[in-house]
Design a protein around this ligand. Structure first.
Ligand code: GLU
Length: 515
């Protein structure tokens, strides 16, 4: 039997990291087995429906490189793939009729007030809460008929058998068991006629031939209801794969403090899809050996449910940025520059960098955005210069967005000189004379086309001062004059990129700041 898995989000909001991991496991598992991956939109809860959500899911997953073999946007043999459309097409009706006829489901006419009262009673008496039958599970047909004739609103519930053990086999955790007496009777069809998640998901999994269900472990408490429903139909259970929760690196509940939770925000930061996939897949999956950096093909090849862990997976942002840095260093400078340019063309990135967010450590986002725009503009007007700047920063940055501020000093007409750096280095007594020397040499045509030419220029001065083995006193103030900062790419490299005219302008300006 060929493997068929489904990713079945409820379109209520944004695509978060946890859901991305589930979608990724569906993808890796189906690819590993040459099976099919299906996207199903579970939109039967109309009160929580968010019309932008489905598009966010589809486009973000496509950005990450997760495509579906069947789904609302690609079609397929089991269309429609949105549960609201399946309901409208009457696809659930025969199944609910079958359960009512076989006595596995019943109508319940409780009012919301009656349900509240029941819950309070259960709580006060420390009883399990939920609907265990009330007045309707075993109601006489005449009583049901009368309530119907009176036009009372009803829901349809599953008659969970009593006095039994309900069992599922979880591929990660092994056998899980429940006493059926503590499993309440879930609503299958709501008063508005819409199926609940429990009913629609199980029926669809059956109709769509789903063999393995990957979902978050928060669904384990629902599993006995699903098992009871499957048993009521006489179907076989799929293989359940309840994936562990994801916590922050500190073991606490994942929140913005640990990193953005919306997947699209990683695109805005300039995290690349490959390392993001790699990183997310490894949260709770041990592929064996001490493998860390893996391509999509490596992951497809290695993916095995046996490597999935039951204990919480940790979201370690440092690891993500490290992996992204590795990927950035593996790209060619033209590829990187094009990626930076397309980042500046993304409406989401623009929105992301227009809002400060202290929790995320995004303090002056507009500065990053302006610097990125300046770099992208230079890519259009002087591509070689922009590329040369990218080459020097490629080793140092971890995200595409980092290139903005890292390359800023190359792009601006006048660098902003860091006050501390200035106080430390521009106050040395030899500095005015040293800058005069460089200015004179540059004006007299000293060759500065390569980094070794630039090194020669600086060393000549150092040697003249008797700093034979240590050019540092010459290097630091020069770096501050040329870049405004004390850290950055190797001085002679950046000098060669800046070139004579820019160096002259910057040194003259710095010289003007000295007495
Ligand atoms: N629609 C459910 C959700 O969004 C999916 C649960 C499942 O995969 O069965 O969480």
């Amino acid at each position: 039997m060929s493997v068929r898995v489904r990713f079945a989000p409820s379109p209520t909001g944004l695509l978060h990291v946890g859901a991305l991991r589930t979608a990724l496991y569906d993808h890796l598992f189906s690819q590993h087995h040459g099976g099919q991956n299906i996207l199903r939109i579970e939109d039967t809860d109309r009160t929580r429906y968010n019309p932008e959500s489905e598009e966010e899911f589809v486009s973000t997953l496509a950005w990450v490189g997760i495509e579906f073999d069947e789904g609302p946007h690609v079609g397929g043999p089991y269309a429609p793939y949105r549960q609201s459309e399946r309901q409208a097409a009457g696809l659930y009706q025969p199944w609910i009729d079958q359960l009512l006829e076989s006595g596995h489901a019943y109508r319940a006419f409780d009012t919301p007030e009656e349900l509240d009262e029941m819950r309070t009673f259960q709580q006060v008496n420390k009883m399990p809460t939920g609907y265990f039958g009330g007045d309707w599970r075993d109601a006489l047909p005449e009583k049901v008929a009368q309530a119907e004739a009176e036009g009372k609103r009803s829901v349809i519930r599953l008659k969970v058998p009593r006095g039994q053990t309900i069992t599922i086999e979880d591929a990660i955790r092994g056998r899980l068991e429940w006493d059926s007496d503590v499993v309440d009777d879930p609503v299958l069809i709501k008063a508005d006629g819409m199926p609940t998640y429990h009913f629609a998901a199980i029926v669809d999994d059956h109709m769509m031939g789903i063999t393995h269900v990957f979902r978050g472990e928060e669904w384990i408490p629902s599993a006995p209801k699903h098992a009871a429903l499957i048993a009521a139909f006489g179907w076989e259970q799929p293989v359940w794969v309840h994936c562990s929760v994801i916590t922050g690196a500190d073991g606490k509940k994942l929140s913005k403090r640990h990193g953005a939770t919306r997947v699209l925000d990683y695109a805005a930061m300039g995290i690349l899809p490959e390392p993001l996939k790699n990183f997310v897949a490894l949260i709770g999956w041990a592929p064996g050996g001490d493998r860390e950096v893996m391509s999509r093909a490596d992951m497809v090849e290695a993916f095995d449910i046996k490597g999935l862990q039951a204990s919480p997976g940790r979201f370690d942002k440092e690891k993500l940025t490290w992996m992204n840095g590795v990927a950035i260093r593996a790209m060619s400078p033209p590829e990187l520059l094009d990626a930076v340019v397309s980042l500046t063309e993304s409406a989401h990135a623009q929105a992301y960098w227009s809002e400060a967010d202290e929790e995320l450590g995004k303090l002056a986002p507009e500065k990053t955005w302006e610097a990125l725009l300046a770099l992208a503009e230079r890519a259009r007007t002087d591509r070689d210069y922009a590329l040369a700047a990218i080459v020097l920063e490629q080793e140092r940055v971890t995200t595409l967005a980092d290139f903005g501020l890292a390359c800023e000093f190359f792009m601006v007409d006048e660098v902003e000189i860091n006050v501390k750096a200035k106080d430390k280095w521009f106050t040395k007594d030899y500095v005015p004379e040293m800058f005069d020397y460089f200015i004179h040499e540059l004006e007299s045509g000293f060759n500065v086309s390569t980094n070794s030419d630039c090194e020669e220029l600086v060393r000549n001065y150092a040697i003249q001062r008797g700093w034979v083995d240590n050019a540092a006193p010459a290097v630091h103030p020069t770096r501050v004059a040329l870049t405004g900062k004390t850290a950055g790419p190797a001085l002679f490299d950046l000098m060669a990129v800046l070139g004579r005219e820019r160096m002259l302008a910057r040194l003259q300006r710095a010289r003007g700041m000295l007495r």
